[in-house]
Design a protein around this ligand. Sequence first.
Ligand code: 3NM
Length: 204
Amino acid sequence: MISVPRLYAIVDAAFFSSTAALMIFVDELVAGGCTLLQYRNKNGNARVMLEQARELKRRVGRTAKLIMNDRADVCLAAGFDGVHVGQEDLSPESVRRIVGPARWLGVSTHNAEQLQEDDRTSADYLAIGPVFSTSSKEKADPVVGLDGVRRARRLTRKPLVAIGGITRANAASVIEAGADSVAVISDLIGEPRKSAEEFFRILR
Ligand code: 3NM
């Protein structure tokens, strides 16, 4: 069983106007103590995606685990540590076959049925969300709330990552509801280092 840190930083390329700005953001997250980062790029072209992924790997090295959103091919090509897939991406088992047994595989779920189904796969961790309303994801599923996190906690023994609208102000309640980790996009933007440090202080 893997061990997931309290804060799972999601680096979404859509939030950055240049590769340089994205890299500075990541350096700051690592300086703030982040050891698990997901690179998410939902509309970039594949070459830019791979270039950014390789640059992330060069900068982060082994100080943090790097998880690639959706793309098993980019994960392997950039030497990342794992892949995170959603309900409309390749199935967990098909990704597992591509990335092998050692790399981390995470799966997004949005309700109890999906969570139970993906609990039966070889996923290393499951995500549940959106916990709160979010503007960072297009066509987000209905909010599950803290009750959704509690229910998810009862349905899986895999590490549980909560996502969606999580901030320093509500993160403690999400962990109390049973999540092992919070995945965050927008509340890290702006002052990533300070924000990450505060998350770790709050979630200690
Ligand atoms: N996935 P923020 S919610 C990428 O429900 C993503 O699976 C979600 O961004 C899900 O921290 C979400 O800014 C967006 O709310 C999270």
